[in-house]
Write a protein that binds this ligand. Sequence first.
Ligand SMILES: [Zn+2]
Ligand SMILES: [Zn+2]
Length: 489
Amino acid sequence: MSETISGRTSRMIRRARWPRRAADLRHVRTISGLVECRGCGLFQCMPSLQAGQLAECARCGQTLEWRRRTSPLQTPLAFCISSCALYLAALLSSLMTLNVYGRERTVSLVTGPMELLHEGWGEAGVLVGLVTIAAPAVVIGMMFAILYAASRRQMPDWAPHLLIWYEKLRPWSMIEVYVLGIFVAYTKLTDLAHVDVGPAVYLISALMLTMAASDSTLDTERIWRHRRVDSVTRMENGRRVEVDHCRIEDIPMPPADHLVACPACGLVGELSLPVSNLCCVGVCPRCDHRVWRRSPETLARTTAFLISAITFYFPANLYPVMTFFKIGGGGGHTIIEGAIELWQDGMIPLSLLVFFASIVVPMLKIISLSWMVGCTWRGTSFALVQRTRLFRIVDIIGRWSMIDVFMVSILVAVVRFNSLANVTANAGMVSFAAVVVLTLFAAWSFDPRVMWDAAGLNGPSPDDVGPAAVSAARPRHAAGPDSMEPRQA
Ligand SMILES: [Zn+2]
Ligand SMILES: [Zn+2]
């Protein structure tokens, strides 16, 4: 019995010290035809897909790969050229003209952020400027460069970094949310005075469609496959190791704890040792991105962002987001008052939309992410598939809460008629923008695979030195408890 316990103890301690043994690693093997689900962490064989086919995870239903029917380069290029032309035209044309008792004011896309800056709400002005003007321009430029790189026989070395940054920056281009913000602002303004919609509104609406089309026709998996895989790579300790290549059809399925997928390009590699979830493995031989089996410190970072978001949530809903002055009335509006006012004006669908995007979505994000973090800490397997699906929904709809921030930026820009009518932004808007951005960061720092790890459904891990194993091993060292090596995981 003591031999068994002794064997287990040494094995556990050896596993807990695994990162120090990374120096023993001699080679890495990349395996084509194998993919890891980013929703649940299950490694699966990927059949070659025909045009129009889509592969979903067998365990959680997440889309693994989708082969487009369209031409891989020409179609996104066509949409990208259209986006570029529409963007430049929208930037140079007027957004809307407001006529109050014969006095006119015309605004463009850049007026809103500039007015917020002048009013002293610099944080909100910079945020609106970044997500509606800078991010779309950067994303369109990056798309051109990626398509150019993909069209070359040998993909240039800068292209993988650009593709990684494109995927990170794409959610920050919020043209589609801005279009809805314009729509809400327009309905509020028609109450006040005569509004003429400028050409920029139509151009931005078209830009929203062309950007979505170029994004959905861009087949990133196909582009990654076009990139060569280096024969040598660098481990985290600086050591260089050789890289072999093989296909999953030619080898038996390796144990899951020896496999790791690159978080940027998805390339799957097999190591000769179990891979820790807690430390960086090395550099991807295909895209040069640092490879972690799981997002580092995912639970701690998500919890920190959630606590910050909850702190801002109360002032965001209690303080007015804007103050509307007009002859014969006006006053401060909180977010919920804005939705109620739309309802009273008979704009029921729009009122529900604002209520859902500004009140329900941030609350849903905070509650559901807290639930996911709590379940992961407890290691429960309750409703794992539903939790993973809920995470996908939360991740997608989070950006739509920016509608209210965009609406205020447009109203502040256009309604500036001194004593006749005036709109000013208030502290509630900055708090609300902070809630939206912090919940976006919380969702992006959460790695849903850790929910499946915690429930023990992704197989053994070198980090699993559970309390039971340590307490079972303790009697051997009963003479001197301090000599027992504490678990390091
Ligand atoms: Zn899955
Ligand atoms: Zn990679």
